[in-house]
Design a protein around this ligand. Sequence first.
Ligand code: NIG
Ligand code: FE
Length: 432
Amino acid sequence: MYNLHNQLLTINYPMAYLIKNIKKLVQVETKPVLLRAGKDMQTVKCIDNAFLLTDGDKIVDFGKMSKLTEEVLAQSKHKIQEIDATGRMVFPSFCDSHTHIVYKGSREIEYNDKIKGLSYEEIAKRGGGILNSVKKLRKASEDELFDEAWERLEEIISFGTGAVEIKSGYGLSTKDELKSLRVIRRLKEKSPLTIRATFLGAHGVPEEYKGRQGEYVDLIINEMIPMVAAEDLADYIDVFCDRGFFTPEETERILMQGIKYGMRPKIHANELANSGGIQVGVKYNSLSVDHLEHTGPKEIECLMGSETMPTFLPGAAFFLNMVYGPARQMIDAGLPVALASDYNPGSSPSGNMQFILSMGCVNYKMTCEESINATTLNTAYAMGVSQTHGSIAKGKVANFYITKPIPTIEFMPYSFGSNKVEQVFLNGKKVK
Ligand code: NIG
Ligand code: FE
């Protein structure tokens, strides 16, 4: 798809599409909202026997086939290419608000250790885990990292993702964190995906700072954050606020400095223990707090009325065989919930959002509609792009996919493990 994408930039491209005879056009909005919470998460508006019209990189119109007139078509300024979607559905592309896609190699040896009974924390303590990926990333060149990450992006595009947040966090030195973020910047420039970058210098304490965690936090605050900001490399700042990693106090200090340099927080919280991360996240108006396996009524209460999106990462809970967080209770309490893949080499080596959609239903007891909202609009909010992504609405970016012939929307989460995505459009261009 790399070559394909380069070609797409150069050849004379039909810049408008009419997708017609769509069996069901899913997640349409006439009055777009930034997120759906509580009972509203049940709402997924659909149009049967529909059309969708794009022009350039935007959606310009949609509706019932019976309403498709010359006047409607005249809204597209470019030559229109028609695609017949008979028997197929059209969904807005998934958004994936939490990934660590820039890494080198893999960690399937630890996977074996896990199967034999070692916990994530035990593996990390032995110098495995995040620090294992740090060793590999430090040895890799920017080009090597770019190429590996590019392959992962190609893969997630083919599964229907249209926007993705990517974190640094396997460098853990100023030089290697900057290297990772520069790779993300190149991916942003080259990829048809919408990408947001997050600085996660506080992902772990590197070997050379062992026993001197405070000094490493100082390095993040005094050196890394100013340098990341000087090159404008990150939209957001993240901290792994959890037992055995960074404390709520350290997290506060890092977030305050990040905010000062223009990066809104999005944090890892409550994956390994009820760590106080959610409270810190809400206090600093984090865009999202993510993981949340260990979350009780106090934390749910704390999230009520905030602008922070609770985000669950089913892939990590599945892969590490952890408890599944209380998404159901949150929705019942009136909160919104987002789902993301956490694509990374240690706790979730998959970025398949179709699988995440299924897990939303099976493991978090969300309805099909709730899970669709959690993997489209709400996860778009959790990466700051729900004004332009996450639903089919006039003026939004034309990021959507056409399914294979499928009978119902429920078939999407039901038929887990097989790729139901047939054609992919990003920025109004057909990329698959
Ligand atoms: O989101 N929890 C912290 N970080 C990652 C895992 C990173 C790794 O194990 O490489 C996560 O699960
Ligand atoms: Fe993560």
